[in-house]
Design a protein around this ligand. Sequence first.
Ligand code: PEP
Ligand code: MN
Length: 338
Amino acid sequence: MIVVLETGIAEKQIEDIIRVLHDHGFDVHRSTGVQHTVLGAIGVHPEFDHRQIQLMAGVSEVVRVTESFKLTSRAFKREGSVFDIGGIKIGGTEIVVMAGPCSVENEDQVFKIAQHVKESGAKILRGGAFKPRTSPYAFQGLGEDGLKLLRAAADAHGLKVITEVMDKSQIDIGEKYSDILQIGARNMQNYMFLRDLGKASKPVMLKRGQSATIDEWLMSAEYILAGGNHQVILCERGIRTFENSTRNTMDISAIPVVKKKSHLPIVADPSHGVGIRDKVIPMARAAIAAGADGILVEVHHDPDHALSDGAQSLYPDQFAQMMKEVRIIAQAIERSIP
Ligand code: PEP
Ligand code: MN
């Protein structure tokens, strides 16, 4: 149930309403918006007569949310969420570009790539130190040593860091070295882990599962929000379909669908979305045109020798070209890429 409060309502009245909801056994999440304060009352009470709340002083509207995702939904928060990551805003009019290698491989590699992506306008450096590989014999990442290199390369070039954590045991270390925790497609339905991420203090970027519907994906985001961490960014990274001309099928339509259903920012990952270098730039352009709040893209200075995902990694000059093109598209839809 979503309780929309009257504009200008006194803090004391808000506290009274929250207390009544608690007395009825609801878990209450508060969202203080520019125009309205909204309370999300969570709890399974199918027989609850919501008119009891509707009639309270200061309540403007009570909406019963039929979807299973509630805190994630636009009904809970009408304005899009904007998260401030050390001065970089995700979800506002500016579009954020996150770029870097699939995996952190060594010092020279990550410093070189950080310099290239910074020069072309990326704000956040990506790179995996814990890699979810299909084969247990493939390169698994450098672990903490990789995180140290990633942080150092980012700091040297004034970039923020996003990196993947795969398990509860990696959350603390991920938070120590990075600004955003990336949750991989393979973990989107790892519900125990999602609950753990609800206790994390850093923003989380939740990738869409390879075979997940949009509603299932939003439900997974709901686990993190319900756990107390409201800073969730969604990431469309391609889904499995019958089409085999590309590694995955990049679901561009997910972007406007999510925008309508949810207030959370959404980023697009055209690298995993198509898996083939020469299709990455067109998909990045399409994602921006469709309303993505950011792009996550793999870049490597020597992709032929990359330890993972070389075939989908852009050369630095291609990344520079992509930035030029997406800046024009952003302008056309009254956004910008600073
Ligand atoms: C990655 O970003 O390198 C990655 C492993 O992504 P995904 O979880 O989307 O496969
Ligand atoms: Mn990758």
